[in-house]
Design a protein around this ligand. Structure first.
Ligand SMILES: [Fe+2]
Ligand SMILES: [Fe+2]
Length: 368
């Protein structure tokens, strides 16, 4: 049951919550009152987080934990190990091919990994500072990851070895006509083959590093997956921000979200440098990206969003993040990650937990 506390107990908060018709998330329980911490350090804004705000933050913490897990796998094999990201020891053939895309790929992988860790760690600590329960998914760390040279071999939350990567964000950000928020569903896809199978984005074993074309296809899959993940974050934060009540929580979403977009922009640029190849084992084909020159829906260097219709087709076109519709945004994010194959092998309990967190986030309403 919802316990009115100093942090969550404004009458308008309770009204908003009751209107949602949902039972209170279990996190908002007796422990919250017991663990209440002064909000003086966060007193810049308003009445403090609502139950809905906490639900949104808890969902975001969960997704950031999952992001951290997948990025850590990339960093173990393809990034830079240092005191900030010590796990793993690097896979030289994988790193060498990543470096053909850009000499700084390993640095970017490292930095993206560190950023994700700070995202979930900050959100969880903020939740604790407000007396709310942080998110912990460690009991779901059950998946076997890569056993190739460089992997730490530890158990994982996410699966990077059977991905079905949707690269249609490439065309979505180039379209001058279409916007998923206005019902459009078809966008140019530079690698439609990535949607037609399950492909590794990391070397699963050392056997995956012996054939250069096969390993190149793995590296290219990763390069597109980097963009797929980070464009998702770029949409998720503004989508959920529209239902946040506390100005301070809004500030958190508005401050983390654009870093996802900074990541996305880097990956969007880098993946334009991939080398064309056909995987000799599974036929997955990556195009010569230079061949798209002159085709506005696919051209490699059109990495800044083309203006498109926003809110209404009767308004002038605008260069924007898309989609940003707020309704069902959390559930849509879970669906997209699931469809990617990121959670293949996870338990029913894992999906139940993730769907519950998403449902609570999507039930959040702005305080009136
Ligand atoms: Fe993140
Ligand atoms: Fe991210």
């Amino acid at each position: 049951m919802l316990r009115p506390t100093k942090q969550f107990g404004t009458s308008s908060t309770r009204r908003s919550f009751l209107r949602s018709g949902l039972a209170a998330p279990a996190v908002i329980g007796a422990s919250m009152a017991a663990n209440s911490i002064s909000t003086a350090a966060f007193a810049e804004d308003d009445d403090g987080p609502t139950v809905g705000d906490i639900s949104i933050l808890r969902f975001l913490a969960a997704l950031e934990i999952l992001e951290t897990d997948l990025w850590e796998q990339y960093n173990e094999l393809g990034g830079i190990r240092d005191p900030e990201e010590p796990s793993g020891s690097g896979n030289k053939p994988y790193i060498d091919l990543l470096a053909q895309i850009d000499g700084d790929m390993s640095q970017y992988i490292h930095d993206n990994t560190e950023d994700e860790f700070t995202h979930f760690n900050f959100i969880n600590e903020y939740l604790k500072s407000k007396g709310a329960k942080p998110v912990n998914l460690e009991r779901f760390r059950t998946l076997h990851g890569s056993i190739a040279q460089g992997s730490s071999g530890k158990k994982r939350l996410t699966n990077l070895m059977n991905l079905t990567v949707d690269a249609s964000w490439w065309g979505r950000y180039r379209s001058r006509e279409a916007n998923p928020d206005l019902g459009d569903t078809t966008f140019a896809n530079p690698v439609p083959g990535l949607l037609k199978g399950k492909f590794p984005a990391i070397p699963r074993t050392n056997d995956d590093t012996t054939d250069p074309k096969h390993l190149l296809a793995i590296v290219n899959t990763a390069a597109f997956h980097f963009g797929t993940i980070e464009q998702g974050g770029s949409s998720l934060y503004p989508s959920l921000a529209q239902r946040v009540s506390s100005v301070e929580v809004l500030r958190i979403l508005l401050s983390i979200g654009p870093t996802e977009t900074m990541h996305f922009q880097v990956w969007h640029d880098k993946v334009g440098n991939i080398t064309k190849v056909t995987d000799p084992f599974n036929g997955l084909t990556f195009p010569d990206m230079a061949s798209f020159q002159g085709n506005e829906d696919l051209q490699a260097n059109l990495i800044m969003p083309e203006p498109t219709h926003f809110l209404s087709r009767s308004l002038p076109v605008c260069s924007i993040i898309r989609p940003t519709a707020t309704r069902g945004a959390a559930a849509a994010a879970v669906r997209a990650l699931t469809d990617d194959g990121l959670f293949i092998g996870q338990s029913l309990d894992f999906f139940t937990e993730l769907h519950e967190l998403a449902a609570h986030a999507d039930a959040a309403q702005r305080r009136q």
